[in-house]
Design a binder for this molecule. Sequence first.
Ligand code: NAP
Length: 485
Amino acid sequence: MAPRVAIIGAGFGGLCMAIQLERAGIRSYTVFEKADGLGGTWRDNSYPGAGCDIPSHLYSYSFEKYASWTRRYPEQPEILGYLEHCADKYDVRRKIRFRTEVRRAVFDGSQWQVTTSPPDGEAERTEAYDVVVLGVGQLNRPRLPDIPGMPDFEGVSFHSARWNHDHDLTGRRVAVIGNGSSAAQFIPRVAEQAERLYVFQRTPNWVIPKPDATFGPLARLAFRFVPGLQRAYREWIYRYAETTLYPALAQGWSVDLLKKRALGHLRDQVPDPELRAKLTPDHPPGCKRVVIDSAFYPALTRPNVDVVTDKIARIAPKGIETTEGLRAVDTIVYATGFRSTEFLTPMEIAGRGGRSLREQWAGGAEAYLGISVPNFPNMFLLYGPNTNLGHNSIVFMIECQVNHIMACLPHLSERGPIEVRPEVMAAWSRRLDAAMERMVWGAGCQSWYKTADGRVTNNWPGRTTLYRRLTARPPLDAYRPVPAG
Ligand code: NAP
């Protein structure tokens, strides 16, 4: 009998899992989605200028080629449109329960009891599933900073991932706190509208150009009809990222190239030496996520924009107070990132013998291949610990994870619940630690890739070709039937 599968989240990960189950003829699954639409991060992040700095043809499923991309780098509405297209084409929308939040998942010895709070204030509901697939991602919970005085602000404030589209920024005095990839994308749009824009920068980032281009009707026709063109183009982008960008993160031959490219970009776009000095990072490139954008620096050079590097002391009712005084603003946008290392919270997950996942992960989240966790049988993660990339497409990683889970399903049907062997997990952690040594993320910077005590819990330290090989291998020997107790 086909296993009953609960998929949590209807973003890139959850949808991919649902589609592959459909394609395999397994219809006994349900997708739980707490929002009222699909798309995950691409539904949440609708700030002006939101888009992806990974090219469209690679930031998409390998099995669903799409000839409709209008640009080399997709914007948020187009990515959302692609996901809607996939959900409809593979007929998975009917299986999504929207506005239904999973509160708890408890393994009862043979099945998962999944408790949801359904829409419209109905009572909590618990249903049994054989398998749980968690596709909630790493960047789903906005992180507001802890700055004194925040509640006292008399203007309008919001997080970049919860953009207040009803608040017109025309003629406003706006403060943006943060200058990561999200801020870099919306600052150029906000700068055009606002009367004054203060960008509060704590740490400058490395920024490289985004060579965007539109695909006109001819290019789109070619992608649709020329055999192999889309595949070859996708492969070329993928290979470029693996062979040129990855070695920079592994502190290999292309570090200087990346640095030169970024410093050249800064020199070309920021003529003022004082501003250039403020924007020059002093950490190694790649230690924090490199920003890929060609409109960010020009926006910072506008006469109505100030880059403020004084330390923020507090939020006052009328603005932001730094060591140098008050910047009066009526709007604050917190582009302060996500609670990225708190995987799966606030869901409560209890595995074999009532073990709490939160307690097991108290020292930092970890999972075999980023997918499976000892003591949590028949539970699988998508975009789990140590599977984020700084150089290539997450969608590639998600597909590898879904392939692995699909390869596990027949075994757990035959043998009952299976879990990753603890010794396999321990060997995996040692291997990760060793691989992490050569990566740039440990070196001299704080980032969303790691916990407060410096453990990198989010990123994959190898090439993605290695990850594909490891996840494709029949996984049987890594797993064992659930032991008693
Ligand atoms: P982020 O990279 O975590 O950046 C957060 C920013 O807020 C940083 O500049 C940080 O400064 C600042 N910050 C946090 N707390 C602060 C405080 N108390 N006071 C002052 N500044 C503070 O978040 P993000 O920009 O939302 O991006 C998150 C990730 O989403 C990216 O790295 C990327 O992986 C993904 N993303 C991808 C794309 C894409 O095109 N593919 C686009 C957007 C986002 P410090 O640097 O000093 O900590």
